[in-house]
Design a protein around this ligand. Structure first.
Ligand code: NAP
Length: 248
């Protein structure tokens, strides 16, 4: 039997990059996947089509998950359509990098809202319905920037460190209700988010990674799928780095 047979999953930011990889992996393992997107409707529909082409079930739902009404509507759509929500992957994220002297307060606020506020909003909405079923798996996508820090990312690192605190606090709050809350902290993974980094910087970054390469979307999707599965039933409040050893 597939890992996620009869499981309903929401993946925020499932249209591109890591979120797309996670949506495809959960779909492949039998989950019904709600593929959330903000702007990339065609890309989200393509992810849904890829899942349904192999016999899976999926639905694309537009929502800006940093907006409370949208986050609530996203979770409600999953519950109204499929009767429950088992798995929430808080993946949607963005960057607005700059050194602090050149970073505007609006760049700080935007990144906190998209990365941290969205995780809190979607988790709050999901926990309400998961508590009733006494079952849930929440996996938040943080970053090693939230653990190690990264020059030029005071806003992003703060949002990702915030997600780590949120993960541990919520894990303690809901453990008695059969809900686990964990996080995956990727290192460097080539996606639209990182594609603008200059070639020489990419090379230099590689030198510091013990496993000698960047991570792949599949590396992150596999770790996320594990934490969302029943094989991880006794793991909660854990931050799993998927970084080739960079942050150890
Ligand atoms: P990406 O390729 O830029 O994709 C970002 C995704 O987030 C897109 O699907 C986008 O939707 C969605 N999104 C952004 N803002 C949203 C909002 N307000 N509401 C709903 N969806 C929104 O980024 P990625 O590299 O895959 O990153 C995914 C996650 O992994 C992020 O949390 C990121 O911080 C984290 N991460 C990435 C790396 C890396 O090296 N790439 C490393 C560590 C952590 P649209 O397509 O509709 O715009």
């Amino acid at each position: 039997m597939a890992l996620f047979t009869d499981k309903i999953a929401v993946v925020t930011g499932g249209s591109r990059g890591i979120g797309k990889g996670i949506a495809l992996e959960l779909g492949k393992q039998g989950a019904t996947v709600i593929v959330n997107y903000q702007k990339s409707m065609d890309a989200a529909v393509a992810v849904v089509e890829e899942i349904t082409a192999t016999g899976g079930k999926a639905l694309a739902v537009q929502a800006d998950v940093s907006v409370e009404e949208d986050a609530n509507r996203l979770i409600k759509t999953a519950v109204d359509t499929y009767g429950k929500l088992d798995i929430l992957i808080n993946n949607a994220g963005t960057t607005r990098d700059n050194v602090i002297m050149l970073m505007g307060a609006e760049d700080f606020d935007a990144v906190i809202q998209t990365n941290l506020r969205s995780t809190w909003l979607c988790s709050k909405a999901a926990v309400r319905t998961m508590m009733r079923k006494r079952y849930g798996r929440i996996v938040n996508i943080t970053s090693i920037s939230g653990i190690m820090g990264n020059a030029g990312q005071t806003n992003y690192s703060a949002s990702k460190a915030g997600i780590i605190g949120l993960t541990k606090s919520l894990a303690r709050e809901v453990a008695s209700r059969g809900i686990t809350v964990n996080a995956v902290a990727p290192g460097f993974v080539l996606t639209d988010l990182t594609s603008s980094l200059p070639e020489d910087m990419l090379k230099k970054l590689n030198e510091n990674i013990p496993l000698g390469r960047w991570g792949t979307i599949e590396d992150v999707a596999a770790a996320t799928s594990f934490l969302a599965s029943d094989a991880a039933a006794y793991i909660t409040g854990h931050i799993l780095t998927v970084d080739g050893g960079l942050a150890m």
